[in-house]
Structures are given as structure tokens and as C-alpha cells.
Design a binder for this molecule. Sequence first.
Ligand code: CA
Ligand code: CA
Length: 340
Amino acid sequence: MSLLYFTGFDFNQNPEHYFLYAAPYDINVFSAHFTGRYGGKCLGARESFGSRFGRVFINPAEQTLIVGVAGRFESFPSFGPVFQLNNININPNIELCIGANKVIYIRLRGTQTIDTGIFLDWNTWYYLELKGKIHNTQGEVEVRVNGVTVFSQTGLNTAYSSSILSSSYVTLIRDVGGWSFFDDFYICNTTGTKNNTFLGDIKVVTLFPTRDGTYNEFSVVGASNRYEAVDETTPNYDTDYVTQSGINLRQTFGFTAPSINGSIAGLRANVFARKDDAGSRFMKLLGKYNTTEVLHSTVSLLDNYKHYYSPIHEVNFATGNDWGVSELGTLEYGVKIVES
Ligand SMILES: [Ca+2]
Ligand SMILES: [Ca+2]
């Protein structure tokens, strides 16, 4: 697999739900309910009491990562990072930074700063991509802005520690100044046959259920139809939901294919769920495309709600081919309760 992570920050206003490690802790200054780049929502970050960050854990660690994010910045009163490739000790290998003079800089190992000579305007969306290879003598950095290579160097020392030639985290960060907005964020590596290089200016589209699926073995609380209980942009917790306790019972939902052009890099499902009694409760995320079903690894539910993600499907799990846009109208996703 090459596509490791992506999000459009569309389905929960609390940024904790998008990051897999060390979430930011104050949603008033790092929040995900601002108007997105092309509709939907985006992440907004503003420093007031210290740096704000969201961090994705990359496991296993990768020597070369490609990261893309749409960014819009109010201003940088001083020099600060926008995103970082961090080693396992969270030390920065490579950072993409912006100065008060609007210039994009690359900072290596937290110390060596390289001026790319590229200026950004404030309050304008840009699609920023960084490819970074971590090595103490043969490191590489390439930066693209709106799909165009603006900086590329090889033979660099990009390793914070010469004994750790990889990145284990990608961090979006707001160090100082006004608001920064982030949308359409992806991370991939260079392996595999798909999504193994710059994806370019991508868009993450979030689909919410628009119909009940093939399996309707859960009860609905607080809504007329099951899918109407799970279709909110930001989940409404116990206001309306679907529930079940019986082992092997299933619930799936269908979607409306979006009106979009272009190819689909991949998709993943997420389910917002909790248990409501003492004792362990287990479920598996269940994908269905016509007669083909995929059942993912067992999740042990918490008492508090949490988003559980499916693996990324870079291709249609039934056909093995790239997803067609219209196929998203056939896809179903949901859950199955399991004993263990
Ligand atoms: Ca978005
Ligand atoms: Ca609901």
C-alpha cells in the first residue's frame, strides 16, 4: 500500500478525531469546523498559549514520505513551521516553514534553513507538497506548490539523528501568529504501483450515508430511518444512533455517488461508536460491494465515542480495479458485532 493516510477534516469539529497521536488539546484554537477549500470543512489552527499541532503516526517508519496539504495562512509574524516529518523521538527531520516575509523555507534537522525563493500570498489557498527522503548524507527534498516543483535538492543531511534514517510522524503545526487553515491532507510512501509519488492538488470528499444498506439488523433510536441516525456532519452522540447487542448482527449503509471528476486515489470508511455497559464489546467494520464483503480486524469498543477507521482501499476490493465514481453509489459500509 502506498497511500498511508488522508483526511478532509469534514466529519467532526473536534480535531482529536483526525489525528492518530498526540492530538491538540484545545479545540478553540485548533478546530475543524471552518469552511473548507471546496465546501465541506477544514482545520483551523491559531496559537495563543503555545504551539498547536496534530500528528499522524506512521507505522512502520518510512525513509521517504510524500505529504500534501492545502494551506491558507493569515500571516506569520515570525518564522514558523507548517508541517514536519519527525523521527520516532518526534525530533524534526524536515520542516516546511513560512517566514514573516511570506517566503517558504525548508528547515533540516531543526537547524539548517534553506530559502526556496518562493513567496505565498496571505489568505490564499495553496496546495503544498513535500517529498522527503531521510538520510544523513543522501537525503532528498522536493517541494511542489499547486503541482509545480519549486524546490528540489539531493545529497542533503535530512536526518535529525544519523542513527534514525526514517520518519515516524507527520505533524501539522501552528507555531505563532494568526490563523492557519488546512484541508485535503494526504501522506503516501513510494512503494506499490499506485499513489507512490506526488498526488498533486487532491480533494478529499466525505460521504455520509443516504440509505440503509443490505443488512439492517440494528435498531434505530431517535430517527425515522437507520441511516438518518448516522448522517450528521459532526456526530450528535446519543441524540440519534443505531444499536444492537447480538453477536453476528450487522448493519450496513449506502451512499450517493458524488458529482466529481477525476480518478479516485482511495477510500476509507470510519464509524463513530461506543459501548454502553461494563464488559468487553467487539465489532468489525464491514464493507460490501455487490456480493463481495470485507470484514476488518476486531475493534474492542470504549465507553467513550471514537472514530474507527477501515484500512484504505486504493482499489475496489471486489474488482481489484481503480474505483469508479459511480461505484461509490453501490458500495456499502457498516459494522458486524463479533464475539471476540
Ligand atoms: Ca475538507
Ligand atoms: Ca446520530
